[in-house]
Ligand binder design. Structure first.
Ligand SMILES: [Zn+2]
Length: 472
């Protein structure tokens, strides 16, 4: 045997030994997603105690249908006052996190996540999204969707309403919708779904989650006309349109008796509220003490957002839902707007929502509240934003004229606006409501003219009176 032949044989033998050993060893089976965190329904809300608004339904599915419920709170509720003690700000947020965990633990709901958004009282969803660092918050909600793999996501209605209309509620809804549409897409936050290189060691690099497409999306609302234990007032329903809940989606009676707890869901909801002593927990305490749950007995109404598995709009939330993954469903996304001629439009946050609903295939929401609605703040001030747009090839001057009911005053810095071709000029109107009387609805209209030519008009329905809204 020559040296060359010997070397070749040795290499062949070594190669064979290595290969034979590799062929004999079977890799361990791939770990599956951790089932302890699997959810049937993921609730995405803004504050500890938002869960009480939908508590009767949560109790029903968690206790009696044995559904696995998980919750994301986008803030710890570190704003607002403290009804139980002196703690405020971040300290109050720490207390409220525990209040929420205790309120839910009794129903077996333990997979509860808190994001780091600050409680931001106000009415403009875009400010909360900004203050929460929208991208970071979305990264976190999508991560939780991929961990919890919910069949259904339930969140606040992403639509400005007259009622509580807290901008944080709205922001949690926007994040939930975005996460519903993005968690199944491996190109969104891809580090979350890339396999870890060394899962048992330190060099794991990426997160090892799997993309997940939820199947159904539902909303609930804090509009005055929809029952909630805090701000429900059906007497102030808008005379201008039908109620947003009429025949819209499934309804669940809170007077039904829980088969496992032998109490009404209204009572369970009151008991849930007793944990929130730093907020309106006293309402629950009084109900439990007196044994009178009338304040919690109105039915729970849900508004359907979308379903990728069929089922009827008013059917049960889990109708058509079976376990296991479904394919990613791509939504339309933003499409460039084309404007021709001159136009006059409502500004943000209403304009944002019109674009957002279309982009996320939620076109049905545009019909719920077809004309923008607003509430002045506690001092009676109301600020509205408009856009005057020029889709022509020539410069234009657009004049804005308000038509206001008796007693209203308006302060606008200018009444005529120069608008270049292709440009939209943002315009702000600051209004003062008549001195507070009985709460009532009114229509306020602004018309736009370019010379003698009409350029459009905007109507806003305003709920004014003794119940002032959040700051703007
Ligand atoms: Zn809230």
């Amino acid at each position: 045997m020559t040296f060359e032949t010997f070397r070749s044989a040795t290499v062949t033998l070594a190669f064979c030994l290595a290969m034979c050993a590799a062929q004999a060893q079977v890799a361990p089976s791939l770990p599956q997603p951790d089932d302890r965190y699997k959810a049937d329904l993921l609730l995405v809300v803004a504050h500890p105690d938002d869960d009480v608004v939908i508590g009767g339904y949560l109790a029903r599915i968690a206790l009696d249908q044995h559904k696995r419920v998980a919750v994301v709170y986008c803030t710890r509720g570190d704003g607002g006052g403290n009804s139980a003690g002196f703690e405020a700000g971040a300290a109050l947020g720490q207390l409220r996190e525990i209040e929420a965990r205790r309120a839910l633990a009794g129903w077996g709901i333990e997979n509860v996540w808190f994001l780091n958004g600050h409680d931001t009282p106000g009415q403009n969803v875009l400010r909360s999204l900004d203050s929460w660092n929208h991208g970071l918050a979305l990264d976190e909600v999508i991560r939780i969707v991929r961990i919890a793999r919910p069949e259904v996501i339930l969140t606040w209605l992403p639509d400005p309403v007259v009622g509580e209309n807290h901008e944080d509620h709205q922001a949690s809804a926007v994040l939930a919708v975005e996460a519903f549409d993005a968690a199944g897409d491996p190109t969104r936050f891809p580090g979350q779904v890339s396999p870890p290189r060394d899962r048992t060691g330190m060099a794991n690099l990426t997160e090892g989650l799997r993309p997940w497409q939820p199947k159904k999306l539902y909303f609930f609302s804090d509009a005055f006309e929809v029952f909630g234990p805090y701000w429900h007032d059906p007497a102030v329903k808008s005379p201008f349109r039908k109620a947003i809940i009429d025949g819209t989606g499934p309804t669940y009676r809170n007077t039904d008796i829980s088969t496992s707890r032998h109490k009404s869901y209204a009572q369970l909801m009151a008991e849930q509220q007793t944990f929130y002593l730093t907020q309106e927990g006293e309402i629950g305490v009084k109900a439990v003490r007196s044994g009178s749950y009338a304040g919690f007995e109105d039915p729970m109404h849900l508004i359907p957002g979308k379903s990728l598995v069929g089922g009827s709009a008013t059917g049960d939330v889990f109708e058509g839902v079976s376990q296991g993954p479904i394919d990613f469903a791509r939504v339309r996304g933003y499409e460039a707007e084309t404007r021709s001629g001159l136009s006059f439009e409502i500004g943000d946050p209403w304009r944002f929502y019109a674009l957002f609903w279309k982009a996320h295939d939620l076109d049905g929401l545009a019909q719920l509240i077809p004309v923008p609605e607003a509430t002045p703040d506690e001092s009676g001030k109301l600020t509205l934003d408009f856009l005057a747009c020029n889709g022509t090839a020539d410069a234009a001057e657009i004049a804005i004229e308000p038509r206001l009911p008796a007693g209203w005053t308006e302060r606008m810095a200018y009444s005529r606006y120069p608008v270049r071709p292709g440009e939209c000029y943002p315009i702000q109107a600051q209004l003062a409501a008549p001195p507070a009387g009985e709460s009532h609805w009114e229509e306020l209209t602004w018309t736009a003219m370019a010379g003698a030519k009409p350029a459009g008009s905007v109507t806003v329905r305003v709920f004014a009176g003794k119940n002032g809204g959040l700051p703007q």
